[in-house]
Design a protein around this ligand. Sequence first.
Ligand SMILES: NC(=O)c1ccc[n+]([C@@H]2O[C@H](COP(=O)([O-])OP(=O)(O)OC[C@H]3O[C@@H](n4cnc5c(N)ncnc54)[C@H](OP(=O)(O)O)[C@@H]3O)[C@@H](O)[C@H]2O)c1
Length: 305
Amino acid sequence: MSAQPFGSPTLTASPRVSPVTRRGGAGPAPILTAGSGSGLRAMDGPTDTGSMAIPCVELSNKMKMPALGLGTWQAPPGKVEEVVKFAIDAGYRHFDCAYFYQNENEIGNAVQQKIKEGAVKREELFIVTKLWNTFHEKSLVKVGLKKSLAALQLDYLDLYLMHFPMGYKAGEELQPLDDKGHSIPSDTDFLDTWEVECHPYLTQEKLIKAKPGEPTLMDDPRIKDIAATHHKSPAQVLIRFLVQRNIIVIPKSDKPHRVVENMKVFDFELSKKEMDVILSFNRNWRAVPVIQAVNHKDYPFKAEY
Ligand SMILES: NC(=O)c1ccc[n+]([C@@H]2O[C@H](COP(=O)([O-])OP(=O)(O)OC[C@H]3O[C@@H](n4cnc5c(N)ncnc54)[C@H](OP(=O)(O)O)[C@@H]3O)[C@@H](O)[C@H]2O)c1
């Protein structure tokens, strides 16, 4: 793992986002307050994963979300289809996708093939994708959703997130830049599409107290020591660290052996002392600061979360 922290939480900013489309699933968008303790409840029974069970987290609307999913960012077309099929066979049921990742087609092919084979049913899968920044205008939200549904070959999603709470100029260009290299914003207001739960019981002063670490995290001797104690790999320790914080984790790998390794995190427990050691790594370092959008009126990373 070179320049990315392990297992970025899916729901770091805990937005409530609509629309969430789910067949037969009327009712509000799920409240996804990772780490807050209010939206995420205790681990609740395994998914149907054969030999390797991934526990689920019950969301506030009673939907069950597998606590571990497969990240797909930078999983290259040509490779991602195979790895998603492999992951389904290995027991993954949660897939984290995005229009921006430009590989939803291949993921759709893999999912459809596995459904046709009878390896899995659609309703056993939890498929997440995200509205890209160039689709923030009200009239374009449905367009973006439909493009993702078509690419994924699905008629509903389990969760539709806003990728970032800032709109870019609509059009074919995914990251429209001006001649100075700055993102060209749209004049949309993210508050039109973004909901965040906030009330005296959930003041949102800090959505997540600590962020995942730094580029050398996997080689950090303290992580290696903890891993050796548990006969686990550094990657498994870093994933487990998030699991124990009640955060749904979506590590990406396009290597089958790592896809399997990353699932084996529900058979050991980090001690309070080990958790505290890892929590002490916090340095407010962010893997994807989206610097080109730093002047955008809705740039989200200046606020303290
Ligand atoms: N990073 C972000 O800011 C961000 C933003 C939005 C959404 N996401 C979602 O979160 C997912 C995860 O984030 P991420 O992809 O940035 O980072 P990540 O999952 O933390 O790290 C992925 C990297 O770690 C390597 N890796 C995976 N398992 C490993 C293991 N067991 N041992 C050693 N190396 C391992 C992968 O290489 P190989 O593939 O070669 O195994 C890849 O280089 C994304 O794929 C995406 O779905 C991330």
